[in-house]
Design a protein around this ligand. Sequence first.
Ligand SMILES: [Zn+2]
Length: 203
Amino acid sequence: MFFITHHHSDHVDRADKLARELSLPMMMSQYTLDRLSEKKGLEFFNNIRVQVVGESDLVTRWLEREVLVYEVPGHDEGQLAIAPKSLEWFIAGDLFQGIGTVVIGTKEGSMKKYFATLEKVIQLGPQVVFPSHGIGLGGTNILEKTLEHRKLREKQVIDLKSQGLNNEQILQKIYFDIPEPLKPYAMANIESHIKKLEEENRL
Ligand SMILES: [Zn+2]
C-alpha cells in the first residue's frame, strides 16, 4: 500500500514511479486525486490502482490492529492521516512540524479547519505523533503548543486589525524578525487568520 497524505509536491514527487516499480496500489482522498490529476495529468496514475479513502476507512493492519484513516484538513483540504484504532501512533502528514509551523495557504488551506483538526487529534490523544518532516514526538504536547501558538497569532491579528493596520503592516509587526524569503508564507498565514475571523464575524 502506498499512502499519499496530500497533494503537495514534496509528498508525491516520484511516488508514481515507486508505486509502479513496487506494484503497489495508491491510497489518497478524492480531493488529492483531483488535484494530482489536474497538476500532474492522468498519466501520473498510469498502471497504478488508485483507491480513494476517507474518514474511518481501513487501510491496513499493524500487529493485528486495524489502521484507519483520519481526515485532517486545514493545511490542505484533502490531507489524510493514518493511525491504528488503538492510537499507539498517528502519522499526521503536514499537520505540524517538529520545528517551526506549517503554512495554511488561502487556496487549499483553511485556518478554521486547521484549528478544528488540531482539536480533533488532541482529543483522540495518540501516544506518539509523527509529522512528515521531522521525528516522532510523544503525546500531543506539540499539537497543543501549535494550537496555542495559532491562538496567539489570531489575537495579535485581531489587535492589529482593530488599530487599523493593513496586512502588510501586520506582517511587519508580527514577523519582523524572519528571513525575507519566508515572508510570503507568513503572509499566507495572516490572510488565513483574517479569513477565519471574518467567517466567524470576529473582525
Ligand atoms: Zn504540505
